[in-house]
Design a protein around this ligand. Structure first.
Ligand code: 6PG
Length: 227
């Protein structure tokens, strides 16, 4: 496990969402004050939904937020399983972030084309201000799965044969996800217990490949881990 993890043990998934939302808003205020913009990478899956709903109810300098995605499923843009669809419905359609500051992964074009296109956005972004990530039951994060081989110097990967449907995805690479000032993992639910324990005992899981210079904040509920 990374040596610079700050574990925040919360009781419920709602507590996790509230605490993470607070850190995100604080990070945004600092980034905009210091650099004029807040470059945030959204996590996919279902766990972040509670956080996005709380953000949508918050007051923030949305005009200076820039939104990226850590990964996306290769599905039509309006498919219910798209990470971008959930984020739009719950957050992005409800706040005044300029549309040209929301960098959606063109995953509907397929893994290769989408990865090739999106690496330009990631390259232009440079160091992110905050990256949000979830973790799967097998210790995957974004669409970086156990046993998958990728070119380490890539900014964005084309993903095939994902064990979590759909099989084809696009994912920002571990190196590029690690190029961030702050990074939050959001982990809730009893189905994550085994992967959390493996991670904490030093297993070489994809979550362990995320190694930003600054400390990682892990917000976890009591179903996923009991200290
Ligand atoms: C995806 C996600 C993926 C997700 C984990 C956890 O597109 O599937 O990026 O990495 O974060 O699988 O998913 P849940 O939050 O739904 O448990």
């Amino acid at each position: 496990m990374q040596t610079n993890c700050r574990w925040h043990y919360l009781e419920t998934a709602e507590d996790v969402a509230k605490a993470a939302c607070r850190q995100i808003l604080d990070a945004a205020e600092s980034a905009i004050s210091e650099r004029g913009k807040f470059k945030l990478v959204l996590a996919g899956g279902s766990t972040p939904e509670k956080v996005y709903r709380l953000l949508a109810e918050s007051d923030a300098d949305w005009a200076n937020w820039h939104i990226y995605y850590g990964d996306e499923r290769c599905l039509p843009v309006d498919h219910q399983d798209r990470n971008s669809l959930m984020a739009s419905r719950v957050l992005l359609d409800k706040v005044a972030i300029p549309a040209n500051q929301i960098y959606t992964m063109p995953a509907e074009l397929g893994p290769e084309v989408a990865a090739d296109r999106y690496k330009l956005a990631v390259s232009k972004a440079g160091t992110f201000d905050m990256v949000l990530l979830g973790m799967g039951e097998d210790g995957h994060t974004a669409s970086l799965f156990p046993g998958h081989q990728h070119q380490q110097d890539e900014l964005v990967h084309a993903v095939y044969n994902s064990p979590k449907p759909p099989p084809e995805r696009v994912s920002i690479s571990a190196n590029a996800l690690s190029n961030t000032r702050e990074l939050i993992f959001l982990i809730t639910g009893a189905n994550k217990q085994e992967a959390v324990n493996l991670w904490r005992s030093g297993s070489d899981l994809p979550v362990a490949s995320i190694t930003p210079e600054n400390p990682i904040d892990i917000y976890i509920d009591s179903d996923a881990f009991k200290p």
